[in-house]
Design a protein around this ligand. Structure first.
Ligand code: SAH
Length: 444
C-alpha cells in the first residue's frame, strides 16, 4: 500500500459539528478549516492540490442556514434547498420553481458538480448498473446500484444460500441485513459506494488495491454517489421502472475506515431524516473494512446501528499477511476481537467476508480453523460468514475456487455451526468487483 499507516483513528465530528475538509487530500489525518465554508468558493489550492468544491452536503444544518443568510435570503430557504436535494434527489436548482430566477442562478454555487459521469455499464438485465465518474481533479470513482425483487428478476449467476447454523444461545441474536442478498421484502435497491479514489491497502487479489490510493473522497463526493443513485432510481431511467433506494453498502473502492471522518459524516447525512438528510435507515447500511482495528472500535461507539463487514479472507496470520497486508499491523485475533466487541456494543451481527481463492484459502483445514476462531469467541449469533466467489482481476494469478472446493468449505463451516451465506455474483460481466472498471478505463 502507498500508506499502510493511513490513520484510521483520526478524530472527526458528526454531521452537526462544524465541517472540516482535508487540507492535504492524500493524508486522511490532515484536516484544515474550510475557511469560507458558508459561501463555498469554487476551488482552492491547498498543499499543491486542488480541493474539491464545497457542496451543500458538506455543510452542517447550521452552516446551511449561514450559507443562505450570506446570500441575504430568509432562513427558510435553507430548508427549501435541502428539501430539493435530500427529499427529491435533485441537484439542479434551475428546475426549482419555488425559487425566483435570480435565486435559482445563485443557488447553483451550493451544488457544484462533484461527479461527472464517464461511463455507465449495466448487467443482469439492467438490475445492476455500474457508473464510473470523474471527480473535479480527474480521479475516477465507481458506484454500483443493484436492484432486487424486480417483477421479473434476472437470474443471479449463483443463488445465495440461506443463513444456516444453530439456534442462538442464551443471548439475543443480533439482526443483520446483509444487503447483497436476494430477499423477500419487496423491491430493494442497494448502492455500493466508494469511500476513496483508489485504495492504499494493497490486497493482491483486488483491482483497486493494485492501483494504489489517489486520495480520500470528501463527504460531498460520497453523498453525491447516493444522491445520483437515488435520482436515477426514482426517475425510472433504468430497466425495471422507477425504484427506491433502500440499502447502502460501503464496499466500493477504498478503505472506509482509512477515511473515517468523511465517511462517518456522509453516513450521518445519509441517515438523517429528510430534509436534513436522505432519511435512509442506518440498519440498511453495511460498512466493509479490511480490519482497521482502531476504526472498528471507534465505529462501535458512534451510536449508529450499521452492519459491519470484515474482510477476513484467511483465518491464520501466515496467509492473511499475504492476502490482506494490513494484517501485519492488525492480526486476525485482534480483528476478530474488535468484530466481537462491535457486535456486543451494537447488537448487530458482524459479517465475516471470505473470498474463496482456488488453492490459496479454500482448504478444509482453513474452514475448520475459521470456525474455531469464530466460535471460540461465542456462539450467540454475533457473526455470520459471507463466502464470495473470487472475481478474478486481469493479470492476476488468483482465481475463483472450484465449485466442489467451495461447496466443501461451506459444508464444513455449517457442520461446525457457522451460519454461512454465499454472496451472489452480481455484475460479473461489467467488472463490478472492486476497481475493475476504473482499472480498465485507466488502461484505455
Ligand atoms: N476496503 C474495504 C471495502 C472495499 S472492498 C474492505 O476491504 O472490506 C469490498 C469487498 O470486496 C472486500 O471484502 C474485498 O476483499 C472484496 N474484493 C476485492 N476484490 C475482490 C475480487 N477480485 N473478488 C472478490 N471479492 C473482492
Amino acid at each position: 500500500m502507498s500508506d499502510p499507516a493511513a490513520d484510521p483513528t483520526a478524530t472527526g465530528p458528526g454531521v452537526h459539528a462544524p465541517t472540516e475538509r482535508q487540507a492535504d487530500l492524500s493524508d486522511p489525518a490532515a484536516v484544515g478549516s474550510v475557511g469560507q465554508k458558508a459561501v463555498p468558493a469554487p476551488e482552492g489550492v491547498v498543499s499543491g492540490r486542488v480541493r474539491a468544491p464545497v457542496h451543500w452536503a458538506d455543510l452542517s444544518p447550521s452552516e446551511r442556514a449561514e450559507a443562505v443568510r450570506s446570500q441575504g435570503w430568509p432562513a427558510f430557504r435553507a430548508r427549501q434547498l435541502s428539501a430539493h436535494y435530500f427529499g427529491h434527489w435533485s441537484a439542479e436548482p434551475e428546475t426549482w420553481t419555488d425559487l425566483g430566477a435570480a435565486q435559482r442562478a445563485s443557488a447553483r454555487r451550493f451544488f457544484p458538480d462533484l461527479l461527472t459521469p464517464v461511463a455507465e455499464l449495466s448487467a443482469d438485465g439492467g438490475a445492476t448498473v455500474k457508473s464510473l465518474c470523474q471527480l473535479h481533479d480527474g480521479v475516477l470513482v465507481e458506484t454500483v446500484v443493484m436492484r432486487y425483487g424486480l417483477p421479473s428478476p434476472p437470474a443471479p449467476a449463483e443463488e445465495p444460500a440461506g443463513p444456516s447454523g444453530p439456534a442462538a444461545g442464551g443471548r439475543p441474536r443480533p439482526r443483520a441485513e446483509p444487503a447483497p442478498a436476494v430477499g423477500a421484502r419487496g423491491p430493494r435497491a442497494t448502492v455500493c459506494l466508494s469511500s476513496q479514489a483508489g485504495c492504499g491497502m494493497n490486497c493482491p487479489f483486488c483491482a483497486t488495491g493494485q492501483r494504489g490510493l489517489d486520495r480520500n473522497l470528501t463527504t460531498g463526493e460520497i453523498v453525491e454517489q447516493v444522491r445520483r443513485a437515488g435520482q436515477s432510481l426514482a426517475s425510472g431511467a433504468w430497466p425495471g421502472g422507477p425504484g427506491r433506494l433502500t440499502n447502502i453498502v460501503v464496499m466500493g473502492m477504498g478503505e472506509p475506515l482509512a477515511n473515517y471522518r468523511a465517511v462517518l459524516t456522509a453516513l450521518r447525512v445519509i441517515t438523517a431524516p429528510v430534509p436534513t438528510g436522505f432519511g435512509l435507515s442506518a440498519r440498511g447500511v453495511t460498512l466493509s473494512t479490511v480490519g482497521l482495528v482502531p476504526g472498528m472500535r471507534r465505529l462501535a461507539g458512534e451510536g449508529l446501528p450499521l452492519t459491519l463487514a470484515v474482510s477476513l479472507h484467511a483465518p491464520d496470520d501466515a496467509l492473511r499477511d499475504e492476502l490482506v497486508p494490513i494484517n501485519r499491523r492488525y492480526p486476525v485475533d485482534e480483528v476478530l476481537d474488535a468484530a466481537l466487541d462491535y457486535a456486543d456494543a451494537t447488537k448487530r451481527r458482524v459479517s465475516i467476508e471470505y473470498a474463496l481463492i482456488r488453492g490459496v484459502n479454500d482448504q478444509a483445514e482453513r474452514a475448520d480453523e475459521l470456525a474455531r476462531r469464530l466460535r471460540q469467541r461465542g456462539d450467540w449469533g454475533w457473526f455470520h460468514v459471507n463466502l464470495i466467489p473470487l472475481n478474478p482481476t486481469p493479470g492476476s494469478r488468483w482465481t475463483a475456487s472450484r465449485r466442489a472446493d467451495a461447496d466443501r468449505f461451506r459444508v464444513r463451516l455449517e457442520a461446525r455451526g457457522v451460519p454461512v451465506t454465499v454472496r451472489d455474483t452480481r455484475g460479473r460481466q461489467i467488472d463490478a468487483a472492486c476497481g475493475q472498471l476504473a482499472a480498465r478505463h485507466l488502461l484505455g
